[in-house]
Unconditional design. Structure first.
Length: 585
């Protein structure tokens, strides 16, 4: 199999028996000698391959990858503008969580932030039989109090590229995020795994301050970012600024290519409010995966990503030896947003042998336009084919916006604004058998086992607002996606439709997704624009509730302990006027 580079924050523990915490899908011990994953056989993975359906069968490696991360407040200048940030282990992005397909991943999160709680969500990780580790405050846990540690434990039942981030209010926008790589087979060969390329929108003002302004002026004011980052870097021009915080010391991300080699790049969209188009001047991108789903490869010169979406691409170093711009182009066509540095969010690809002192002079492809949306629907063909059955449960999740009596703006999903209770997570309510969940929890319950759920999502505001929608606990199937109002004449594609965990709902449009009730637990669906989520654009799915108490029985002591330490800490914050003033997620 493909060996992984072990970071300093990681240790490996071997175990010899299959853990009972992960009874499904079927686990088999891999025979590494069957088929070795090499540059010319990336479809291989021991006794498994790219044709293995990981929803049905996954390796059991007997390996535990263990990490220790501390969320902390510090001062950094990732683009040359110095500001207070929130980061993991002192860096932004945080350390890469890396494992092999079938490993168990254990991450210990310590909250070192003096005046905030925190929690960590493992974006796109299915959390099969491990819902207590999904990491959503007020939903699957209480927040982690300052000075406390919580352990998250999950099985790498999928493979590919993703990321982890705080799910506590707007902390994601302050820098609490990092990449995840789960090594496994691929749908095309490549020579070198170049690792994650983390795309990030960036503001010089705290997102909590921006949030306050949006709350009062959401109808008329759109956030304007100062910059974007690529793997935590991108220089901002301080030459015309008199602001003492603009110290102008940043560098650009650089990637080295050896001519003739093929490189796998793992592109991760982590932005809080925008879409990027990723491209490398003069080079084609061969796309081999969207989110955690391997797809039939297709070729393009750029890809568009919302916050939460990921694409794995292969780039061949087939151009003359030289230096080339790697670009993350902010799309102002989305939601009327803007970015002051939108045309200068760049890294550099340097071929071995090129002059390392020279700045690239290459030009962006003329085919790249300013637009919003996703990659072409017809291009996203899953490698392992699945068809979708007829609907057993159908619901419409309409979105609207309204003004509270205090003149603040809120979103609704399925007619309700979600506001979670940090001190009383829904998962513990379900464990205790309490079915009287408050309306603001915004809960939908589906009790059936292995049946198909169809959800129709619509933005009913008439404001042409686009939303990256993310569902926890599932890859969903995209049956239809359009830019007009939904009606019964829309044809649904049930024959191996695109599937993923994050997708764009078009402005004033519709989205029809399906998933099977094969993962009992409590799963959030929400907009991944952080400001929209904070304004309540979210809903909780209670899936097969009768099974949840037994499923989380081994986790209840830790869940209760986290809540016991959170309560006095939050009370002390409240006395200092730090109170929950948003949805909590």
């Amino acid at each position: 199999m493909n060996p992984v580079t072990i970071p300093d924050a990681l240790s490996i523990r071997e175990s010899s028996s299959t853990p009972n915490a992960f009874p499904t899908p079927k686990t088999l011990a891999p025979d590494a000698s069957s088929c070795v994953n090499t540059a010319t056989s990336r479809s291989c993975w021991g006794s498994y391959s790219i044709d293995t359906d990981y929803y049905v069968t996954t390796p059991y490696t007997g390996v535990t990858r263990e990490y220790w991360l501390t969320a902390e407040s510090t001062t950094l200048a990732p683009d040359g503008y110095e500001r207070e940030v929130l980061v993991f282990n002192g860096s932004m992005p945080g350390p890469t969580i890396e494992a092999d397909w079938g490993d168990e991943v254990v991450v210990h999160i310590t909250n070192g932030i003096p005046d905030n709680g925190t929690s960590v969500h493992w974006h796109g990780v299915r959390q099969l039989n491990s819902v207590a580790s999904d990491g959503v405050p007020g939903v699957t846990q209480c927040p982690i109090a300052h000075g406390q540690t919580k352990t998250y434990r999950w099985r790498a039942a999928q493979y590919g590229t993703s990321w982890y981030h705080s799910h506590f209010s707007l902390q994601l926008g302050e820098g609490l995020l990092g990449p995840i790589i789960i090594h496994g087979p691929a749908t095309a060969d490549y020579d070198i795994d170049a690792g994650p390329i983390v795309l990030q929108d960036w503001t010089h003002t705290s997102v909590f301050t921006i949030w306050e302004n949006l709350q009062r002026n959401a109808a008329d004011v759109q956030p304007i970012g100062e910059n974007g980052l690529i793997n935590g870097l991108n220089p901002y021009d301080c030459s015309q600024s008199s602001d003492p915080a603009c110290i102008g010391t940043a560098e650009r991300f650089e990637l080295n290519f050896q001519k003739g080699k093929k490189y796998r790049l793992r592109i991760i969209g982590t932005q809080i409010d925008g879409w990027f188009k990723f491209t490398i001047d003069g080079h084609k991108l061969r796309v081999i995966a969207n989110d955690f789903v391997p797809i039939e490869p297709y070729e393009t010169d750029n890809i568009i990503l919302s916050g939460g979406e990921r694409y794995d691409v292969i780039v061949e170093a087939d151009q003359p030896v030289g230096n080339y711009w790697l670009r993350s182009i902010y799309q102002t066509a989305c939601n009327r947003n803007d970015n002051l540095n939108k045309n200068n969010i760049r890294g550099i690809v340097r071929y071995v042998g090129a002059d390392t002192d020279k700045t690239p002079t290459t030009c962006v492809s003329k085919t790249i336009t300013n637009s919003c949306g996703d990659e072409p629907y017809e291009s996203l063909v899953p490698w392992v084919s699945h068809n979708v059955g007829s609907s057993d449960f159908e619901d419409t999740l309409g979105m609207a916006i309204y003004m509270e009596p205090d003149l603040t703006f809120k979103w609704t999903l399925r007619t309700k604004t979600q506001i979670v209770d940090w001190q009383n997570p829904t998962l513990l309510d379900i464990y205790r058998g309490d079915t009287r969940l408050p309306p603001e929890s915004n809960v939908v319950t589906v009790e059936a086992t292995n049946e198909w759920v169809y959800w129709i999502l619509e933005d009913q505001t008439g404001r042409d607002i686009w939303h990256p929608m993310h569902l926890h606990g599932h890859d969903f199937y995209i049956l239809a996606q359009g830019s007009t109002a939904y009606d019964s004449s829309v044809k649904l594609n049930t024959k191996n439709p695109p599937r993923r965990d994050t997708v764009t709902l078009y402005g004033s449009g519709y989205l029809v997704i399906a998933f099977k009730t094969d993962n009992p637990g409590l799963w959030l669906i929400h907009c991944h624009i952080a400001f929209h989520a904070s304004q309540g654009l979210a809903l909780q799915l209670v899936e097969r509730p009768a099974e949840i108490p037994d499923l989380i029985a081994a986790d209840v002591d830790q869940l209760n302990n986290t809540c016991k330490t959170w309560a006095p800490f939050y009370n002390s914050l409240a006395q200092a006027h730090y109170k929950q003033d948003d949805s909590g997620i």
